[in-house]
Design a protein around this ligand. Structure first.
Ligand SMILES: [Zn+2]
Length: 315
Protein backbone atom coordinates (compact mmCIF):
# COMPACT_ATOMS: atom_id res chain seq x y z
CA UNK A 1 0.00 0.00 0.00
CA UNK A 2 1.50 3.30 -1.03
CA UNK A 3 1.22 6.29 1.17
CA UNK A 4 2.37 9.83 0.89
CA UNK A 5 3.80 11.82 3.75
CA UNK A 6 3.31 15.53 3.24
CA UNK A 7 6.29 17.33 4.68
CA UNK A 8 4.97 20.54 6.11
CA UNK A 9 8.26 20.86 7.97
CA UNK A 10 10.11 21.11 4.69
CA UNK A 11 8.33 24.27 3.73
CA UNK A 12 9.12 25.69 7.15
CA UNK A 13 12.76 24.68 6.77
CA UNK A 14 12.91 26.47 3.42
CA UNK A 15 11.59 29.65 4.95
CA UNK A 16 14.17 29.47 7.72
CA UNK A 17 16.96 29.09 5.21
CA UNK A 18 15.78 32.07 3.23
CA UNK A 19 15.59 34.16 6.39
CA UNK A 20 19.22 33.35 7.20
CA UNK A 21 20.31 34.22 3.69
CA UNK A 22 21.53 30.70 3.01
CA UNK A 23 19.58 30.51 -0.18
CA UNK A 24 18.34 33.55 -2.00
CA UNK A 25 15.76 31.78 -4.13
CA UNK A 26 12.51 33.68 -4.10
CA UNK A 27 10.15 30.75 -4.31
CA UNK A 28 10.75 27.27 -3.01
CA UNK A 29 8.75 24.26 -4.07
CA UNK A 30 7.05 22.15 -1.44
CA UNK A 31 8.17 18.53 -1.55
CA UNK A 32 6.32 15.35 -0.76
CA UNK A 33 7.61 11.88 0.12
CA UNK A 34 5.90 8.92 -1.57
CA UNK A 35 6.55 5.67 0.24
CA UNK A 36 7.14 2.81 -2.22
CA UNK A 37 8.33 0.10 0.17
CA UNK A 38 9.68 -0.22 3.71
CA UNK A 39 12.92 1.49 2.70
CA UNK A 40 12.40 3.13 -0.70
CA UNK A 41 10.85 6.55 -1.20
CA UNK A 42 10.23 9.04 -4.00
CA UNK A 43 10.81 12.70 -3.10
CA UNK A 44 8.73 14.74 -5.53
CA UNK A 45 7.24 18.15 -6.05
CA UNK A 46 3.90 18.45 -4.30
CA UNK A 47 1.09 18.21 -6.80
CA UNK A 48 0.12 21.60 -8.11
CA UNK A 49 3.72 22.85 -8.36
CA UNK A 50 4.01 24.43 -11.78
CA UNK A 51 6.97 24.28 -14.11
CA UNK A 52 10.24 22.69 -13.09
CA UNK A 53 9.65 23.20 -9.36
CA UNK A 54 12.49 21.66 -7.39
CA UNK A 55 13.62 19.64 -10.41
CA UNK A 56 13.49 15.91 -11.05
CA UNK A 57 12.27 13.22 -8.68
CA UNK A 58 14.75 11.95 -6.10
CA UNK A 59 14.77 8.33 -4.92
CA UNK A 60 15.72 7.76 -1.27
CA UNK A 61 16.88 4.20 -0.49
CA UNK A 62 17.60 3.44 3.17
CA UNK A 63 19.83 0.48 4.07
CA UNK A 64 21.85 -0.57 7.12
CA UNK A 65 24.98 0.73 5.40
CA UNK A 66 23.60 4.19 4.65
CA UNK A 67 21.31 6.09 2.31
CA UNK A 68 21.51 5.98 -1.49
CA UNK A 69 19.93 8.83 -3.45
CA UNK A 70 19.08 8.92 -7.12
CA UNK A 71 19.28 12.50 -8.50
CA UNK A 72 19.65 15.73 -6.52
CA UNK A 73 17.16 18.18 -8.11
CA UNK A 74 18.19 21.73 -8.96
CA UNK A 75 20.88 23.76 -7.25
CA UNK A 76 19.91 24.85 -3.75
CA UNK A 77 17.77 21.85 -2.77
CA UNK A 78 20.44 19.78 -1.00
CA UNK A 79 19.23 20.81 2.46
CA UNK A 80 15.61 20.06 1.51
CA UNK A 81 16.62 16.57 0.38
CA UNK A 82 18.58 16.02 3.60
CA UNK A 83 15.62 17.25 5.65
CA UNK A 84 13.41 14.69 3.94
CA UNK A 85 15.99 11.95 4.57
CA UNK A 86 16.08 12.92 8.27
CA UNK A 87 12.33 12.27 8.55
CA UNK A 88 13.04 8.67 7.46
CA UNK A 89 16.38 7.70 9.03
CA UNK A 90 19.44 8.89 10.94
CA UNK A 91 21.76 7.06 8.52
CA UNK A 92 24.15 9.23 6.47
CA UNK A 93 23.89 9.67 2.71
CA UNK A 94 26.69 7.50 1.36
CA UNK A 95 25.88 7.09 -2.36
CA UNK A 96 24.36 9.37 -5.00
CA UNK A 97 23.47 8.08 -8.47
CA UNK A 98 22.83 10.66 -11.20
CA UNK A 99 20.54 9.32 -13.95
CA UNK A 100 21.96 11.90 -16.36
CA UNK A 101 23.83 15.17 -16.56
CA UNK A 102 21.05 17.74 -16.45
CA UNK A 103 21.06 20.58 -13.95
CA UNK A 104 17.62 19.63 -12.62
CA UNK A 105 18.92 16.13 -11.69
CA UNK A 106 22.47 16.84 -10.49
CA UNK A 107 22.14 20.46 -9.36
CA UNK A 108 22.57 19.79 -5.64
CA UNK A 109 25.40 17.23 -5.85
CA UNK A 110 27.83 19.79 -4.47
CA UNK A 111 25.67 20.39 -1.38
CA UNK A 112 26.44 16.92 -0.01
CA UNK A 113 29.62 15.80 1.77
CA UNK A 114 32.40 14.96 -0.68
CA UNK A 115 32.74 11.61 1.11
CA UNK A 116 29.64 10.51 -0.81
CA UNK A 117 30.25 8.03 -3.61
CA UNK A 118 28.88 9.60 -6.81
CA UNK A 119 27.86 7.15 -9.55
CA UNK A 120 26.81 7.75 -13.17
CA UNK A 121 27.23 6.46 -16.69
CA UNK A 122 30.64 7.30 -18.18
CA UNK A 123 29.08 9.61 -20.80
CA UNK A 124 27.20 11.48 -18.08
CA UNK A 125 30.43 12.09 -16.19
CA UNK A 126 31.92 13.47 -19.41
CA UNK A 127 28.87 15.70 -19.94
CA UNK A 128 28.99 16.95 -16.34
CA UNK A 129 32.66 17.87 -16.77
CA UNK A 130 32.21 19.55 -20.16
CA UNK A 131 32.41 23.28 -20.83
CA UNK A 132 29.30 23.66 -22.95
CA UNK A 133 26.39 21.87 -21.27
CA UNK A 134 22.94 23.42 -20.92
CA UNK A 135 23.37 24.98 -17.52
CA UNK A 136 19.76 25.98 -17.00
CA UNK A 137 20.69 29.65 -17.06
CA UNK A 138 17.27 30.50 -18.45
CA UNK A 139 15.62 29.28 -15.26
CA UNK A 140 15.44 30.91 -11.83
CA UNK A 141 16.54 34.26 -13.16
CA UNK A 142 19.78 32.90 -14.53
CA UNK A 143 20.99 31.86 -11.09
CA UNK A 144 21.61 28.23 -12.05
CA UNK A 145 24.99 27.56 -13.61
CA UNK A 146 25.38 23.83 -13.58
CA UNK A 147 28.22 23.90 -16.10
CA UNK A 148 30.31 25.67 -13.50
CA UNK A 149 29.03 23.45 -10.70
CA UNK A 150 31.73 20.82 -11.16
CA UNK A 151 34.68 23.03 -12.04
CA UNK A 152 37.76 23.71 -9.96
CA UNK A 153 37.62 22.30 -6.44
CA UNK A 154 34.08 21.09 -7.10
CA UNK A 155 35.39 18.54 -9.57
CA UNK A 156 35.48 16.25 -6.53
CA UNK A 157 31.69 16.05 -6.82
CA UNK A 158 31.90 14.50 -10.28
CA UNK A 159 31.05 10.79 -10.37
CA UNK A 160 34.12 8.73 -9.50
CA UNK A 161 32.30 5.48 -10.12
CA UNK A 162 31.26 5.08 -13.76
CA UNK A 163 30.24 2.20 -15.99
CA UNK A 164 29.52 1.48 -19.66
CA UNK A 165 26.73 -1.15 -19.89
CA UNK A 166 25.62 -2.39 -16.46
CA UNK A 167 26.73 -1.94 -12.88
CA UNK A 168 25.53 -3.61 -9.67
CA UNK A 169 25.82 -1.84 -6.33
CA UNK A 170 25.46 -3.71 -3.03
CA UNK A 171 23.99 -7.20 -2.65
CA UNK A 172 21.10 -9.16 -1.20
CA UNK A 173 18.09 -7.01 -0.30
CA UNK A 174 20.22 -3.89 -0.90
CA UNK A 175 21.01 -4.73 -4.53
CA UNK A 176 20.74 -1.88 -7.05
CA UNK A 177 21.25 -2.55 -10.77
CA UNK A 178 22.19 0.23 -13.18
CA UNK A 179 21.57 -0.19 -16.91
CA UNK A 180 22.59 1.77 -19.98
CA UNK A 181 20.83 0.86 -23.23
CA UNK A 182 21.93 3.61 -25.59
CA UNK A 183 21.18 7.20 -26.52
CA UNK A 184 17.86 8.89 -25.90
CA UNK A 185 17.20 11.91 -23.70
CA UNK A 186 21.02 12.32 -23.52
CA UNK A 187 23.85 9.93 -24.37
CA UNK A 188 24.27 8.79 -20.77
CA UNK A 189 20.86 7.88 -19.33
CA UNK A 190 20.81 5.28 -16.55
CA UNK A 191 17.85 3.12 -15.56
CA UNK A 192 18.20 2.37 -11.84
CA UNK A 193 16.50 -0.80 -10.53
CA UNK A 194 15.95 -1.45 -6.83
CA UNK A 195 15.70 -5.23 -6.89
CA UNK A 196 13.93 -5.97 -3.60
CA UNK A 197 11.37 -3.16 -4.06
CA UNK A 198 10.79 -4.13 -7.71
CA UNK A 199 11.08 -0.43 -8.55
CA UNK A 200 12.93 1.46 -11.31
CA UNK A 201 14.00 5.12 -11.55
CA UNK A 202 13.92 6.01 -15.25
CA UNK A 203 15.39 9.50 -15.14
CA UNK A 204 14.16 11.51 -18.11
CA UNK A 205 13.99 8.52 -20.44
CA UNK A 206 10.45 8.54 -18.96
CA UNK A 207 9.99 11.97 -17.43
CA UNK A 208 6.21 11.66 -17.52
CA UNK A 209 3.60 10.06 -19.81
CA UNK A 210 4.09 12.26 -22.86
CA UNK A 211 6.54 13.06 -25.62
CA UNK A 212 10.00 13.50 -24.12
CA UNK A 213 12.41 16.40 -24.44
CA UNK A 214 15.41 15.17 -26.39
CA UNK A 215 18.63 17.05 -25.64
CA UNK A 216 20.31 16.80 -29.01
CA UNK A 217 22.28 20.07 -28.90
CA UNK A 218 23.95 19.86 -25.51
CA UNK A 219 24.05 16.23 -24.36
CA UNK A 220 24.16 14.21 -27.58
CA UNK A 221 20.63 12.86 -27.13
CA UNK A 222 18.91 11.15 -30.06
CA UNK A 223 15.24 11.14 -31.09
CA UNK A 224 16.07 8.45 -33.66
CA UNK A 225 17.59 6.08 -31.10
CA UNK A 226 15.27 7.00 -28.21
CA UNK A 227 12.60 4.47 -29.20
CA UNK A 228 15.09 1.63 -29.63
CA UNK A 229 16.62 2.42 -26.26
CA UNK A 230 13.17 2.18 -24.64
CA UNK A 231 12.57 -1.18 -26.34
CA UNK A 232 15.94 -2.48 -25.13
CA UNK A 233 15.08 -1.42 -21.57
CA UNK A 234 11.77 -3.26 -21.71
CA UNK A 235 13.45 -6.38 -23.10
CA UNK A 236 16.45 -6.19 -20.80
CA UNK A 237 14.90 -5.36 -17.43
CA UNK A 238 12.62 -7.72 -15.52
CA UNK A 239 11.13 -7.83 -12.05
CA UNK A 240 9.87 -4.23 -11.95
CA UNK A 241 6.34 -3.25 -10.91
CA UNK A 242 6.73 0.39 -9.88
CA UNK A 243 8.38 3.24 -11.77
CA UNK A 244 9.81 6.49 -10.45
CA UNK A 245 9.56 8.77 -13.49
CA UNK A 246 11.93 11.67 -14.03
CA UNK A 247 9.38 14.38 -13.25
CA UNK A 248 5.85 12.97 -12.90
CA UNK A 249 4.51 14.06 -9.49
CA UNK A 250 3.39 10.53 -8.55
CA UNK A 251 4.90 7.08 -9.07
CA UNK A 252 3.72 5.06 -12.06
CA UNK A 253 3.57 1.38 -13.06
CA UNK A 254 5.75 -0.72 -15.36
CA UNK A 255 2.73 -0.97 -17.67
CA UNK A 256 2.73 2.84 -17.99
CA UNK A 257 6.37 2.69 -19.08
CA UNK A 258 5.59 0.00 -21.68
CA UNK A 259 2.63 2.02 -22.98
CA UNK A 260 4.82 5.14 -23.23
CA UNK A 261 7.39 3.21 -25.25
CA UNK A 262 4.65 2.09 -27.63
CA UNK A 263 3.43 5.67 -27.90
CA UNK A 264 6.89 7.01 -28.74
CA UNK A 265 7.69 4.26 -31.21
CA UNK A 266 4.33 4.76 -32.92
CA UNK A 267 5.26 8.38 -33.65
CA UNK A 268 8.60 7.19 -35.01
CA UNK A 269 6.82 4.74 -37.33
CA UNK A 270 4.26 7.34 -38.45
CA UNK A 271 7.05 9.81 -39.18
CA UNK A 272 9.13 7.29 -41.10
CA UNK A 273 6.08 6.27 -43.15
CA UNK A 274 5.24 9.90 -43.87
CA UNK A 275 8.77 10.73 -44.92
CA UNK A 276 8.93 7.65 -47.15
CA UNK A 277 5.67 8.76 -48.79
CA UNK A 278 7.20 12.12 -49.61
CA UNK A 279 5.31 14.13 -47.03
CA UNK A 280 6.81 17.18 -45.31
CA UNK A 281 7.44 17.76 -41.61
CA UNK A 282 4.45 20.13 -41.55
CA UNK A 283 2.19 17.51 -43.11
CA UNK A 284 3.28 14.79 -40.70
CA UNK A 285 2.88 17.10 -37.70
CA UNK A 286 -0.55 18.42 -38.71
CA UNK A 287 -1.98 14.98 -39.38
CA UNK A 288 -0.61 13.38 -36.19
CA UNK A 289 -3.13 12.18 -33.60
CA UNK A 290 -2.33 10.21 -30.46
CA UNK A 291 -3.69 6.70 -31.08
CA UNK A 292 -6.44 5.75 -28.63
CA UNK A 293 -4.40 2.97 -26.99
CA UNK A 294 -1.79 5.59 -26.04
CA UNK A 295 -4.26 8.29 -24.97
CA UNK A 296 -2.72 8.61 -21.50
CA UNK A 297 0.33 10.22 -23.07
CA UNK A 298 0.51 13.95 -23.74
CA UNK A 299 1.61 15.24 -27.15
CA UNK A 300 1.99 19.04 -26.98
CA UNK A 301 2.25 20.48 -30.52
CA UNK A 302 5.71 21.96 -29.99
CA UNK A 303 7.02 18.62 -28.73
CA UNK A 304 5.48 16.77 -31.71
CA UNK A 305 7.13 19.21 -34.09
CA UNK A 306 10.53 19.01 -32.43
CA UNK A 307 10.46 15.21 -32.40
CA UNK A 308 9.30 14.87 -36.01
CA UNK A 309 11.92 17.39 -37.15
CA UNK A 310 14.70 15.48 -35.39
CA UNK A 311 13.49 12.22 -36.91
CA UNK A 312 13.43 13.78 -40.39
CA UNK A 313 16.95 15.10 -39.82
CA UNK A 314 18.20 11.72 -38.61
CA UNK A 315 19.13 13.16 -35.22
ZN1 LIG B 1 16.89 15.81 -18.25
Amino acid sequence: MRRSIYLGTLTFFGIVMMATGFEARQERSSLVVHSLSDNLYMLANATGVEGIGSGGNTAIFVTDGGVTLVDTKIQGYGQDILAAVRTLTDKPVTTIINTHTHWDHSGSNTEFPDTVQFVAHENTRRNMASEDCDDGAGFQGGSIKNCQAFKGANARYLPQTTYSDTLTLFSGVDQIDLYYFGRGHTDGDTFVVFREARTMHTGDMFARPGLPFVDVPNSNGSAVEFGETLKKAIAGISGVDTVIPGHNPVPLAWSDFVNYSGFYNDLVMQTQAGKAAGRTVDEVVSSYRVPSQFSGNAAPPDRVRATVQYLFDGQ
